[in-house]
Design a protein around this ligand. Structure first.
Ligand code: ZN
Length: 336
């Protein structure tokens, strides 16, 4: 891009983010005066921009979800996902045919549970992909690597430098809470390249990829394209294995404990990424509220992973010690 164009793009970016921040603050202020109605099924409420609670007491997403949810169809599509993996994957010269399912590993509880569930399937020959963006604690990386070794699953680790993206997101006045975006985009790019090279057509993800408003365990072509840039005709399918199997978070934790795995909150509601809680805490400081948490946890409720009571527990503001925060910000290049 030429210099004047770059300047113009920077100007528009700053302007739009200033505007976004102002709108957000105004909405938070306005929602304080309104009588808040909460959805009967999830933790979304009328104070969240775009959320309307109908006469039936449900938010739009819950209403759409209850109309389209079919547990049998979900179980069937998850079965097809694996049975087709064996027949559709390209055969390679590697002994046993090479991997036919790629598991996206963040090192957190959901992705390790996804790996354990995938490894159980006789049709699956998993390969794990972990992106190290520099904000995964040492014990998280170590545990993930040891677990792969124990399961006999090959682990590919790629280093990723997202410091400039993190610093940019942090400095935006209308702060983008989705600090995960640059990281997930990079993960999706890597995943796709590994799939294309290895002839793999199945991707299994942890829970945090539950981004669609309506829960779809085997993702739609539109989702696959939007986040993974997977062309519709490539026949690559993505599975959220935990909700697809009807598994709750409690069952997931039991499964992981059975494998001797240990998890702790590394900051906020994340068991792997140090940036997650940091951004949530800062977002709450700036805007007084964190709607994204309510939105995201509501998806988990609709997916049947957690209950409304459990979601409320998770909605408590993260507590990050100031010295830990300063250290992460230094590492991200935000503070010196
Ligand atoms: Zn709802």
């Amino acid at each position: 891009m030429t210099r004047p164009l770059e300047k113009l793009a920077g100007f528009l970016y700053r302007r739009s983010s200033l505007l976004y921040g102002a709108v957000l603050r105004a909405r938070v202020a306005a929602s304080g005066f309104m009588t808040r109605r909460e959805c009967a099924a999830c933790v979304q409420h009328s104070g969240i921009p775009g959320v309307r609670i109908g006469l039936d007491g449900l938010c739009g997403e819950c209403r759409e979800h209850s109309a389209g949810f079919d547990r049998n169809a979900i179980a069937h599509s998850a079965e097809l996902f694996f049975s087709n993996a064996a027949t559709e994957s390209r055969t390679t010269d590697r002994p046993g045919g090479g991997p036919n399912v790629l598991v996206m590993l963040s090192g957190g509880k959901d992705s390790l549970a996804a790996l354990a569930l995938t490894a159980r399937r006789k049709e699956a020959r998993p390969l794990a992909l972990m992106l190290d963006h520099g904000f995964l604690p040492e014990d998280v990386r170590g545990q993930a690597a040891r677990f792969c070794e124990r399961l006999g699953v090959e682990l590919v680790v790629r280093q990723l430098d997202i410091r400039s993206d993190v610093a940019r997101a942090w400095r935006r006045p209308g702060m983008n809470p989705f600090v995960c975006f640059p990281c997930c985009e990079a993960q999706a790019r890597e995943a796709l390249s590994i799939c294309v090279k290895g002839g793999i057509r199945r991707i299994v993800t942890g829970l945090r990829w539950l981004w669609e408003d309506t829960f779809l365990p085997v993702t739609s072509a539109a989702f696959a394209y939007r986040y993974f840039r997977v062309p519709a005709r490539s026949a690559i399918r993505i599975l959220n294995i935990i909700p697809a199997g009807g598994m709750t978070e409690r069952q997931e934790l039991d499964l992981l404990a059975g494998h001797g795995l240990k998890f702790r909150h590394v900051g906020g509601d994340s068991t792997c990424c140090e940036l997650f809680g940091l951004f949530e805490a800062e977002y709450r400081r700036r805007f007084g509220h964190y709607w994204e948490g309510e939105r995201f946890l509501s998806k988990e409720i609709r997916a049947g992973v957690i209950t409304k009571t459990e979601a409320r527990e998770k909605l408590r503001a993260p507590e990050i010690p100031p010295e830990k925060e300063a250290e992460i910000l230094r590492r991200a290049g935000i503070r010196t």
